[in-house]
Design a protein around this ligand. Structure first.
Ligand code: SAH
Length: 396
């Protein structure tokens, strides 16, 4: 008797699971026991009845998301092992008890072995986003595991799943503290201070995935004029100003994000007059801004493609925004350009940027390729986990 209701795959579909791909599409399923229920664990077997994996079942094109490629002892132990090994990785890369940085991604979904679970650590508070009801139902066990693993460095857990669950599910889920209460929301990243509004801000409150790219921008900023488009709460802006930029412009359509960007610049004691912020559409701002004025332009738009179907439109949007930057930037200047759309892979993104470069008629060279940082690991068997891509371009 298996521990969980059984899902049996077609003969030729077991191979992907054996190669550790974490998703099973509904078309791969030959039969399932009638005790299989949505948002609960199932045992996945090949057509000969051999164990393949344990995962949770959903109705949809991805039917099973795998949480273990080995039989599991108990659900409590599974969560403890997953959280412990995610924490160990962050510790071994120097992000835990780090004097300069107390904000990092503690758990990165498939990259840490559980599709649908994101946990970001903000100086004592973990913000949890469950992208599936299975994970959400386990939030208290996950919190217990976090307490065991993080000990006294965990003060609170805020459940922000309501923002990301499917519409039919979110009505039963409220964003709230499930451990502790609101405490400090000031964090430090490479010695720079930021206020993070995880309760009402975007995603879990801060775009931690740009940490190393922001640090790289600092190297390009001294004595230069920097335009930070899609700035959100001023992540790149603070680094540029700290590094000695003569002028930094932050542009974002969110008034709240811009207000926080202004506060974040003040928090870092940047001299008056260096930073200016505009709550405006980036495309409009670019149209009215002068040519040959900025030495460095950062383009970090939201995910233009939310899924495979909107890929074409997304590519056009990337082309347009990059063309606008190439038209504006000073000769000898730099453009940091990013895409965080999972549906737009690196080749497609590079192609969109190349198309914009051709249109601009300028001599443009790639001088660096950027990605998400080490606390956003992706399973090598799940290339879809690589979502953040960036290029540093020199523009003549
Ligand atoms: N670079 C930021 C993260 C950017 S997230 C950081 O390091 O923190 C993308 C941002 O784009 C969001 O803040 C969103 O409000 C903003 N945005 C989306 N569409 C926009 C538009 N058309 N014009 C200006 N800002 C936009």
């Amino acid at each position: 008797m298996s521990q969980y209701p059984v899902v049996t795959l077609y003969a030729q579909k077991a191979e992907a699971v054996k190669r550790f791909h974490p998703w099973i599409f509904s078309g791969a399923i030959q039969r399932k026991e009638n005790t299989v229920t949505e948002n609960a664990l199932v045992q996945v077997q090949d057509e000969k009845g051999q164990f393949l994996a344990v995962g949770y079942y959903s109705i949809g094109s991805i039917a099973v998301r795998i949480v273990s490629f080995k039989p599991i002892e108990s659900i409590d132990q599974l969560w403890l092992d997953k959280i412990q090994s995610a924490y160990n990785l962050r510790k071994s890369i120097g992000l835990v008890d780090n004097k300069e940085t107390n904000v990092y991604r503690l758990f990165n979904a498939e990259g840490d072995g559980v599709p649908g679970l994101i946990i970001d650590y903000y100086n004592g508070t973990c913000v949890l986003q469950a992208h599936s009801m299975f994970v959400h139902k386990n939030r208290f066990i996950i919190t217990e595991a976090l307490q065991k693993v993080l000990g006294s460095s965990l003060k609170a857990v805020y459940d922000k799943s309501e923002a990301v669950l499917e519409r039919k599910e979110k009505s039963t889920v409220a964003a709230q503290y499930i451990l502790g209460e609101k405490s400090t929301n000031e964090v430090m990243e490479h010695g720079n201070k930021f206020l993070v509004d995880w309760e009402t801000g975007q995603k879990t409150g801060f775009f931690i995935d740009q940490r190393e790219n922001r640090k790289l921008l600092a190297q390009y900023s001294k004595g230069r004029k920097v335009l930070n488009t899609f700035s959100y709460t001023g992540g790149f802006s603070v680094y540029a100003a700290q590094a000695g930029a003569t002028l930094v412009h932050s542009v974002d359509s969110s008034v709240k994000a811009i207000e926080l960007a202004v506060q974040n610049v003040q928090l870092n004691n940047i001299p008056e007059g260096i930073h200016e912020a505009a709550a405006e559409d980036v495309f409009d701002f670019m149209k009215r801004s002068p040519n040959n004025f900025y030495d460095v332009i950062v383009l970090d738009p939201p995910a233009f493609a939310k899924n495979q179907h909107s890929r074409h439109q997304a590519v056009q949007a990337y082309r347009r925004i990059n063309k606008a930057a190439f038209d504006k930037v000073k000769p000898g200047g730099f453009v940091f350009t990013f895409s965080c759309s999972q549906a737009v892979g690196p080749e497609l993104f590079d192609g969109a940027v190349a198309a914009a470069a051709i249109e601009s008629g300028r001599n443009i060279r790639v001088i660096d390729h950027l990605n998400q940082p080490a606390d956003h690991p992706q399973s090598i068997y799940h290339p879809e986990g690589l979502y953040l891509k960036g290029l540093v371009l020199s523009v003549e």
